[in-house]
Structure formats: structure tokens, C-alpha cells
Design a protein around this ligand. Structure first.
Ligand code: FES
Length: 419
């Protein structure tokens, strides 16, 4: 590394002021930081000053930046003299930053340095034709492709004295040059090409095609054979939607074990098996047949809702979306007689969803029990899980609970909200 000092006084311009355009730009940068933290914009402002001054940072520019940021001159000076990205003296049209740190050094940076000295001249001087200058810098973060140089904003890697010399020739002659590796490797892959993940099928789409086919086959099965576990709604899904299936079909879940005790259909107690218990294949409050029907309804609703939401602008709010697909249920100002039902007794409703339902004026089981289809769509979409209310049979559970029945979730027992 060389000593970094400001250029001699006779080289320094007498004045420096940002152009009107750059002043506006600088103000925009400063505004990104809270009051009292304007100093955080020092590097972008110095960079812009260097760009305006023709590739180097004169003393007057450092003073201008210090004044704009209300910083002592020495603080800005420390920064300008520390980072080699700031050139303290005029540079050539092509300013070569040659990495001399260990990985580049052991891969031949010294030979490149000789090329610079022979072709351009001593470090930190401009060639006679004004086209080139060079400095040695610390690691530029492309060690995998060492040795390397940065010229202007571009990196040139895997250099040898020969190809580096040709690069300088091309630049001097104004011929187009290729950036990146001189040996043709992609990014930082090993010399000679990749040695892992080489199987062509990983990249030709055939493996994904096989999965797509499996998903499509599963999705085409009759609803009664549909997977038992509730699938998340598209908007809130963390699992992959099946490509090419309209975004409404989800990764099939394994079917529930078949050897569970079978309870009489319609019995609230029998039907009260929480759907998240091992082996449960339907939501509380519904039989297996009803569950299949709910699943089919949920899927249809998801597809229809997704289609309608597509027409909305990207920044549509949850309310915009809900209003586009359904009707808001009538809420209450407050719970009747000051006491809300414990909505968390509905499987699928935990603390968070209960609070969100309260915000909508829903405090009682009988309110949910009377939701129309349009209202189910509205609430499901507003809470970002269209289809889930049907899958978990909130309405059926609410009917049982409103009638004093039980769905198997103890009063006060919390159920984690899922989205
Ligand atoms: S050591 Fe040269 S780029 Fe890192």
C-alpha cells in the first residue's frame, strides 16, 4: 500500500461546488438518515463529488462535503484518505486498481504489477497519453478468480501478464472488452468447470416435470380421495403451489391412517376429534363425507377468490380484497352482556384470530354459526386464509357450541393460529 496524501497544491482546483442536479441528489441521500445522523451520507457524497470532479477527489470537494454534512473537515479527510475508492490525485481515463492481497499475490499479481509499471508507469501517475493510471489496492472480494484488477466499475479476473496486456491494448485502442473471467469460467466456479451438481436433469426441467406430473395426478383424484390434512390457502401458503394448476391446488398431504375408531356420523362428540390430532381426517363438527364436501368447497372458493384478486392492484389492502370477494358480516359494538364466548374453543381459532374476530365485532358462536357463504368468503379473505374457514368447519363447530355442545376443545384451551 502506498501512503495516501492529497495531491500537491498546484494540482488542486481553486473551487468545488456540486452542480444543481448533484446538490438535489445529495440532499436526497442526506434525507435518508435521521436528524443528527447526516454524517452517514459521507461516502455517497464523496463518491458523487469524485464522479463530478472527473474521477478524483480534490481537497475543495472534501471541504464541500464536510460543510454539507456539518462535519469537521478532518473527519471527512480521514474517510477520503482511508478508502482507496477515493482517488486523491487525477487518474487516467482507465484507472486500474490492482489487487495485491495474498490470494491474488500468490496467483501472480506481482507479474501484473510489472505489466502496470512497464505499460503505464509508476504507481499513482497518469500515462503520457492520459489514458491509464494504476494503484495497488487491498482485496476486492474476487479472490476465487485471482489475480484480478478493477478498471472503472468493472472486474477483470483470471489474469495473466499476456491477457492483461491484451486487455490494456484493447482499452487503449477503444476496442470492446469482455469483463469478468479471462478463462471463461462462470462467476467463481472451479477452474476447469464445475465438479458438483453436474447432472443435466437438474437443470433441464425434467425433474421438476416429474413432480408436476405427480401433483397433477393427485389433484385429479376424486374429492372423496382428497388428502385429509388441511392445506393452507394460496395467499398464506408456505408450501409450494402446483405450477400450472391455476394456483389453487396444493402439495398433497399423506392420507390419515384408516384404522381409527369410526364414530356415528353426525355425533358431535364423535365428530369432535381435533383435526390436528394424529389420525384425524376431518374437522370437528363434520363427518368424513362432509369433510370431503368442505374440502371441495374450499378448493373451489380458493380458485374463485384467487381469480378475483388477480384483478386488484398490487397494493390492494386486506379490506379491498375482502370487499371484492364477499360481504362483511354484521358485527356487534361489544359482546352481549359484556361477556364474549370463548371463540378459541373453535378449532383453528387461537388468541390472534380471536382478537381479529373481536375487531370485526364477532364475539359469539351464534354470529359465526349464521355466516352466509359471502360472509365466509369475506372473513377468510380479510384474515388472509380463504378456504380455511370451510376446511376447519368454523361454522359447523360454532353451531354445535352455540347449542351448548362440545367440539373437543376444552374451554380456555388455546389453539395456535395458523396462517
Ligand atoms: S485477494 Fe485479490 S480479490 Fe481478494
Amino acid at each position: 500500500m502506498s501512503v495516501r496524501r492529497l495531491a500537491a497544491e498546484f494540482i488542486q482546483p481553486k473551487d468545488f461546488a456540486f452542480t444543481a442536479e448533484n446538490t438535489d441528489w445529495a440532499k436526497g441521500q442526506i434525507a435518508k438518515y435521521p436528524p443528527g445522523r447526516q454524517a452517514s451520507a459521507v461516502i455517497p457524497l464523496l463518491w458523487k463529488a469524485q464522479e463530478q470532479a472527473g474521477g478524483w477527489t480534490p481537497r475543495r470537494a472534501i471541504e464541500e462535503v464536510a460543510a454539507m454534512l456539518d462535519m469537521p473537515f478532518i473527519r471527512v479527510m480521514e474517510i477520503a484518505t482511508f478508502y482507496t475508492m477515493f482517488n486523491l490525485a487525477p487518474v487516467g481515463r482507465y484507472h486500474v486498481q490492482l489487487c495485491g492481497t495474498v490470494p491474488c499475490h500468490v496467483c501472480g499479481a506481482l507479474d501484473l504489477k510489472k505489466v502496470c509499471e512497464e505499460r503505464i508507469g509508476p504507481q499513482s501517475t497518469v500515462s503520457a497519453d492520459g489514458k491509464f493510471s494504476w494503484i495497488e489496492v487491498e482485496c476486492l472480494g474476487a479472490c476465487c478468480n485471482a489475480p484480478m484488477v478493477q478498471i472503472g466499475y468493472d472486474y477483470y479476473e483470471d489474469l495473466t501478464p499476456e491477457n492483461f496486456g491484451k486487455l490494456l491494448d484493447d482499452l487503449a485502442a477503444g476496442r470492446p472488452v469482455k469483463t469478468g473471467s479471462r478463462t471463461g469460467r462462470t462467476c467463481s466456479e472451479p477452474q476447469g468447470g464445475g465438479t458438483t451438481l453436474t447432472e443435466a436433469s437438474l437443470f433441464d426441467g425434467s425433474q421438476i416435470g416429474a413432480w408436476k406430473k405427480r401433483f397433477a395426478e393427485e389433484a385429479a383424484k376424486p374429492a372423496v380421495d382428497a388428502p385429509a390434512a388441511p392445506a393452507p390457502a394460496p395467499a398464506a401458503s408456505s408450501g409450494p403451489a402446483v405450477p400450472g394448476a391455476g394456483g389453487s391446488v396444493h402439495v398433497p398431504q399423506p392420507p390419515a391412517p384408516k384404522d381409527l375408531p369410526v364414530a356415528p356420523a353426525g355425533s358431535p362428540i364423535a365428530n369432535a376429534v381435533p383435526a390436528d390430532e394424529p389420525g384425524a381426517d376431518h374437522a370437528p363438527g363434520e363427518s368424513s363425507g362432509e369433510h370431503a364436501e368442505s374440502e371441495a368447497v374450499a378448493r373451489r372458493e380458493e380458485a374463485e377468490i384467487a381469480e378475483k384478486l388477480k384483478a386488484l392492484p398490487k397494493d390492494a389492502t386486506a379490506l379491498d380484497k375482502a370487499n371484492a370477494v364477499g360481504a362483511k358480516p354484521k358485527g356487534l359494538e361489544a359482546a352481549r352482556e359484556g361477556t364474549a364466548d370463548n371463540l378459541q374453543r373453535i378449532k383453528g381459532v387461537g388468541k390472534v384470530n380471536e382478537a381479529r374476530l373481536h375487531d370485526l365485532g364477532i364475539f359469539h358462536f351464534d354470529q359465526i354459526a349464521h355466516w352466509s357463504r359471502a360472509e365466509i368468503r369475506w372473513v377468510g379473505t380479510y384474515l388472509s386464509f380463504p378456504g380455511r374457514i370451510d376446511r376447519e368447519n368454523w361454522v359447523g363447530q360454532a353451531k354445535i357450541l352455540a347449542a351448548g355442545g362440545d367440539v373437543g376443545k376444552k374451554p380456555g384451551e388455546s389453539h395456535p393460529d395458523r396462517h
